[in-house]
Design a protein. Structure first.
Length: 120
C-alpha cells in the first residue's frame, strides 16, 4: 500500500533530521582533526605524514558522504512538501518562494516525482 503524502513528508523530515545529525557529527570530527593537524604542523614532519597521521583522507570521504546524504534528504523533503502543497491545490510559485527555490525548479521536482510515482 502506498504511503500518503503526509506520511511521505513525515518520513522525509525524519530522514532529514538524521542526515543533519550525521553531518553535524562529521563536521565535529573535521573540527577535531583540524585542531590535531594544527598541533602537528608545529612539528617538522613532512606534510604527507601529517595528513596520513590525522586521517584527513578518510575524514574527507566520510564528510563528503554525509554531505551528499544531507543534500539528497533535503531534496526529498522539498519534493514531499511540494507534493503535499500540490495536493492541497496551493500555488507552486508560493511554495517555491517559501522554499527559496525557483518556480521552474519546483515544477521540475514535481515532474520527476510524478514520473517516478507513475513508474511504480
Amino acid at each position: 500500500m502506498a504511503r500518503s503524502t503526509k506520511q511521505q513528508v513525515f518520513a522525509a523530515v525524519t530522514a532529514y533530521q538524521k542526515a543533519t545529525r550525521h553531518l553535524r557529527a562529521r563536521l565535529e570530527e573535521v573540527d577535531r582533526g583540524l585542531a590535531a593537524f594544527v598541533d602537528l604542523i608545529r612539528t617538522d614532519e613532512p606534510v604527507a605524514a601529517l595528513l596520513l597521521g590525522t586521517g584527513a583522507s578518510s575524514n574527507r570521504q566520510q564528510f563528503a558522504e554525509a554531505m551528499n546524504d544531507f543534500e539528497e534528504t533535503r531534496r526529498q523533503l522539498r519534493t514531499a512538501l511540494l507534493r503535499l502543497g500540490a495536493e492541497r491545490e496551493e500555488s507552486i510559485a508560493d511554495m517555491a518562494r517559501a522554499l527559496g527555490i525557483s518556480r521552474q525548479l519546483a515544477y521540475r521536482h514535481l515532474a520527476i516525482s510524478n514520473a517516478a510515482e507513475s513508474a511504480t
